[in-house]
Design a protein around this ligand. Structure first.
Ligand SMILES: [Fe+2]
Length: 213
């Protein structure tokens, strides 16, 4: 699989462009950077972008969605539940999308936001704002829910193979990507003993943010 990473947007956001090794079909994950940043690779590699896959509908992840769609003839916007864009594809938990020879699995991971999903293909997990390098996402925005986040992270993501590489929605860690196994080892929010323990750890983390540490 080929992955191109673009950083920018509202707050060190990432957009990703992915394609299989042997086909021209491609997908973009999140619309966080202007199309002009992605366009040169699409043209030089002669890619046919089938989907814009949105990890969740917070504005920084959808900012350039309409621009991508007006620039790319065959692109379809896809996000959990659909409806945020005209003619968008509604994704559900357990869906599998084909992009050339890539099979992209949709994992619904509410908690940071109700329509949060992760996209898993081969050994890669595009985790949006559910999982970052060094910690989980936050649950302070309206409709965030740390108990839901616990279930999403601990039941859906942590059981994935340890060599799965996390591609998060923002560059918030000491490096852009990390294996799941390494991430668990360095992240106290990924070491909770129980749901209540996780909720306590999240509250403690948010207090540390408020204090500016
Ligand atoms: Fe978000």
């Amino acid at each position: 699989m080929r992955i191109w990473t673009y950083e920018g947007g509202y707050d060190n956001n990432f957009s990703y462009l992915l394609a299989g090794d042997d086909t021209q079909d491609a997908a973009i994950i999140d619309a966080a950077v202007p199309f002009t940043e992605i366009e040169p690779i699409i043209e030089s590699e002669q890619l046919n972008v089938n989907y814009l896959l949105i990890t969740h509908t917070h504005g920084d992840h959808t900012a350039y969605a309409r621009e991508y769609r007006s620039s790319l003839e065959d692109i379809q916007i896809a996000h959990f539940g659909g409806g945020s864009f005209p003619e968008s594809l509604s994704l559900s938990d357990g869906d599998t999308l084909s992009v050339g020879q890539l099979k992209i699995n949709v994992i619904h991971t509410p908690g940071h936001y109700p329509d949060s999903v992760c996209f898993q293909t081969e050994k890669c997990l595009f985790s949006g704002d559910t999982l970052f390098v060094g910690r989980t996402g936050r649950t302070i925005s309206p409709q965030g829910d740390s108990r839901q986040l616990y279930r999403s992270v601990y039941e859906e993501l942590l059981p994935l193979p340890g060599d799965t590489v996390i591609y998060p929605g923002h560059n918030y860690g000491h490096q852009p990507t990390i294996t799941l196994k390494e991430n668990i080892a360095i992240s106290t929010l990924l070491q909770a003993e129980s749901e209540d323990d996780f909720v306590d750890r999240m509250a403690q983390y948010e207090r540390s943010r408020t204090l500016g540490s």
